[in-house]
Ligand binder design. Structure first.
Ligand SMILES: Nc1ncnc2c1ncn2[C@@H]1O[C@H](COP(=O)(O)OP(=O)(O)OP(=O)(O)O)[C@@H](O)[C@H]1O
Length: 334
């Protein structure tokens, strides 16, 4: 198996900006992976994606794909690489051509029989059947995006880079496009790296998630590990609602931990509320309807705020005993 992506102590500093957009970032990614780069606004997601595409000059470090160095614009006459496709939010197509012609046009270097076979395959995978004879201006946003995917996949790139591909789509369309993208990844066995700040997208699509914070790696892990065992409070809060406790908070509730420093996390779905039995007493301060569940906000006598998920509304002001399984109290480094 040829080597995949290797990002080695990469830093990026934009001219005239004091802080580095990326700082000593290192990680490896095997071919065929689906990596999601996530993080708060300004954490360096797009800079990293563009660096991998060879569109940003690194101030330090190096990036290789399949063992070959990816050079930035300063070292190449025409920046970028044919086998690495970056799709941004600008969905450019040949406006005078039909959908089918757009996909065929992107394959002009290939032989005719293969071209026809590949066009059919892409039309099927990208769910463009029945739209083949339309021109781009006759398509909806989601349809247009699927054509852009097909066009970019036409000449068999090895690495597909997507920058916030679903940001302008509604919830239902996002869900459909998520399925299509998973299918593309599975069927074409291509390496995909996608940027999103949407935790639901990251968790549902990725094999691995790279969480960035201020240009540095917060954590690189599978979605399940990222959600259940985040490294930091930033990671814990990024991927879902979380109760984050300090040592003082835990002590006030009579909860012990072997760790001396850091913080602790319990997800609201792991918090158990009971009328009697064991647990620390807390009063309901707010009840938020969330569709198929209620988010219950409680406060202990020592003013520790706790969130719990409940399948029914509880009365504001009512008192409950709060506890969680020991295994669900997760220690955070910071
Ligand atoms: N062309 C540029 N010139 C100067 N600074 C830039 C440039 N592009 C990005 N930056 C800065 O680099 C940092 C990282 O930006 P980047 O766009 O990579 O973050 P991001 O995580 O993709 O953000 P967002 O989610 O808001 O798109 C930010 O502080 C940003 O202001």
């Amino acid at each position: 198996m040829p080597e995949g992506l290797e990002v080695n102590t990469c830093s990026v500093k934009y001219p005239g900006v004091e802080t580095r957009a990326l700082s000593k970032l290192s990680f490896k990614l095997p071919r065929g992976s689906f990596l999601v780069i996530s993080g708060a606004s300004g954490s360096g997601k797009t800079t990293l994606l563009r660096s991998i595409a060879g569109l940003v000059d690194l101030s330090n470090g190096k990036i290789t794909w399949g063992g070959s160095l990816i050079q930035g614009p300063a070292d190449r006459l025409v920046p970028g690489y044919n086998h690495i496709k970056l799709i941004t939010q600008e969905l450019e197509l040949q406006e005078k051509m039909t959908v089918r012609e757009n996909v065929r046009y992107a394959m002009r270097a290939f032989s005719d029989p293969y071209k026809s076979e590949r066009v059919e395959e892409l039309i099927k995978i990208c769910r463009l059947r029945d739209l083949e004879e339309r021109r781009p201006d006759q398509l909806s946003g989601g349809q247009r995006q699927r054509v852009v995917w097909a066009v970019n996949l036409a000449d068999e790139p090895e690495l597909l880079l997507l920058d916030e591909p679903f940001s302008h789509l509604d919830v239902m369309l996002k869900s459909e496009m998520t399925t299509v993208l998973k299918e593309i990844h599975r069927e074409l066995r291509i390496t995909v790296i996608m940027v999103t700040h949407d935790p639901a997208e990251a968790l549902s699509l990725a094999d691995k998630i790279l969480l960035l914070r201020l240009g540095k790696m917060d954590m690189l892990a599978t979605p399940k590990t990222m959600y259940n065992q985040p490294a930091t409070a930033y990671g814990a809060a990024f991927f879902g609602e979380a109760n984050i406790f300090t040592r003082k908070n835990l002590e006030s509730m009579g909860v012990k931990s072997s760790e001396a420093n850091g913080k602790w996390m319990v997800r609201p779905e792991d918090v158990v509320l009971e009328a009697d039995g064991r647990g620390v007493e807390a009063t309901v301060t707010d009840v938020q309807f969330r569709g198929f569940y209620y988010m219950i906000h409680l406060s202990t006598s020592q003013h520790v705020e706790i969130k719990a998920i409940c399948n029914r509304a509880l009365k504001t002001g009512s008192k409950w005993l709060v506890r969680w399984p020991v295994s669900k109290l997760h220690h955070l480094k910071k």
